[in-house]
Ligand binder design. Structure first.
Ligand SMILES: NC(=O)c1ccc[n+]([C@@H]2O[C@H](COP(=O)([O-])OP(=O)(O)OC[C@H]3O[C@@H](n4cnc5c(N)ncnc54)[C@H](OP(=O)(O)O)[C@@H]3O)[C@@H](O)[C@H]2O)c1
Length: 350
């Protein structure tokens, strides 16, 4: 039988369309697996990378962060996976810069530590919504000591526990506000914080309250309601738990001013952001930016993801929208992501 051939959606230089053509077959070194992709998810980061060339270290480039598929090869020392296993995983192309670590290809190399078996009951298109959002969330919530998100920008250090498989999960007596409860990261943050025994109050569009509640939010407030800041503050006070702070998964000037208003009324706290935090935050606010490739997520990948998916404790939310079948559709999916989505993750099958 002829050896399979790889193809990828290549970026030749910033601000040019992706071009599908042949690519070298990825290899699996120590601690790595090669996955034959079945579904690839799109993240807002991807079109930033295409437009501005940010994080790209080698040209032409293959990038992209989220894959689901079957293990094609395992590295010499990899025990957790074997050929043919159905997996989801988060690529490290963002930090390695290697083309073989990019998701926008038929085959991708993954670190075994950033992958998990996908139960047979879950489709690749559903499962692929999980990886990057999961790792970014764990970085935002569970680091205990601030690290470096990017030069001059620290990571948050909320020190919250990992999600647990306990049923029901024991309350840890803390309240967290998740701003952007219907976004990919916000849905995941709501789920994982709830599964860690944290009381979550979410802020989302009114049309997406149901999604946020499905993820575990105890209460949801509409970010378009003129008095939502006061309502969130009152809900936090009434929760009776220690206020940890806010995970602002949207992180734009408008959300920052609302974050700071909430934190001012509650006497300060953590402000975990998905982009560099606002400058000149008050002394009682500890602000930082999550960076989605982080070893802090390793135990969650290893011990939590598969059994939690199996038990329905970790849901593949927000639901995917399949843009098309074939690497050619990645460009269209990037365009749709840039135009903005509501409570969905864009996915391309291959
Ligand atoms: N630092 C990191 O490691 C990291 C990792 C992942 C993502 N990010 C960044 O985090 C941001 C979110 O990523 P994502 O993939 O989660 O985005 P996404 O799912 O594409 O975000 C879309 C969602 O955002 C909601 N939204 C938009 N404006 C809002 C506002 N003012 N208040 C509340 N909700 C609002 C929309 O809700 P409605 O439809 O209800 O309006 C929509 O459901 C992006 O900027 C991304 O680049 C950073």
């Amino acid at each position: 039988m002829a050896a399979p051939k790889n193809q990828a959606a290549w970026l030749a230089k910033a601000d040019t369309p992706l071009e599908v053509s042949n690519a070298p077959m990825p290899t699996a070194g120590p601690g790595e697996i090669v996955v034959k992709n079945a579904a690839i998810a799109i993240n807002p980061l991807d079109w930033h990378m295409q437009d501005y060339g940010v994080f790209i270290q080698q040209w032409p480039a293959i990038f992209g962060c989220d894959v689901a598929g079957e293990v094609y090869k395992t590295g010499p020392d990899v025990q957790r996976f074997k050929k043919g296993d159905r997996v989801i995983g988060h690529t490290i192309n963002l930090i390695s810069g290697r083309a073989q670590d990019g998701a926008f290809a038929l085959y991708t190399t993954l670190q075994a530590d950033k992958a998990a078996i996908l139960p047979h009951t879950i489709s690749f298109t559903d499962g692929v919504v999980v990886p990057l959002a999961l790792e970014a969330t764990i970085c935002a919530l569970s680091l205990k000591i601030p690290g470096v998100a990017m030069p001059g920008v620290a990571t948050p250090a909320l020190g919250l526990p990992y999600p647990s498989l306990e049923d029901p999960v024991q309350s840890v007596g803390k309240t967290l506000v998740v701003y952007g409860g219907s976004s990919s990261v916000g849905s995941m943050a709501t789920q994982l914080a709830t599964a860690a025994g944290i009381h979550v109050i979410a802020i989302a569009g009114a049309h997406n309250f149901d999604l946020s509640k499905r993820c575990g939010a105890a209460q949801v407030f509409d970010y378009k309601d003129a008095s939502f800041v006061d309502k969130v503050v009152e809900a936090v006070r009434k929760s009776g738990h220690e206020f940890v702070g806010i995970f602002d998964t949207i992180s734009i000037p408008d959300t920052y001013s609302n974050d700071l208003a909430i934190l001012a009324k509650l006497g300060g706290g953590h402000l975990a952001c998905s982009h560099p935090p606002p400058e000149d935050v008050p002394a009682n606010v500890k602000a930082g930016m999550a960076f989605c490739v982080n070893e802090i997520a390793t135990p969650v990948w290893r011990d939590y993801v598969t059994p939690a998916l199996q038990a329905g404790k970790l849901q593949c939310l927000p639901p995917p929208t399949v843009v098309g079948n074939g690497l050619e559709y990645i460009q269209e999916a990037l365009k749709k992501s840039k135009a903005g989505v509501s409570a969905t993750k864009l996915v391309v099958t291959v």
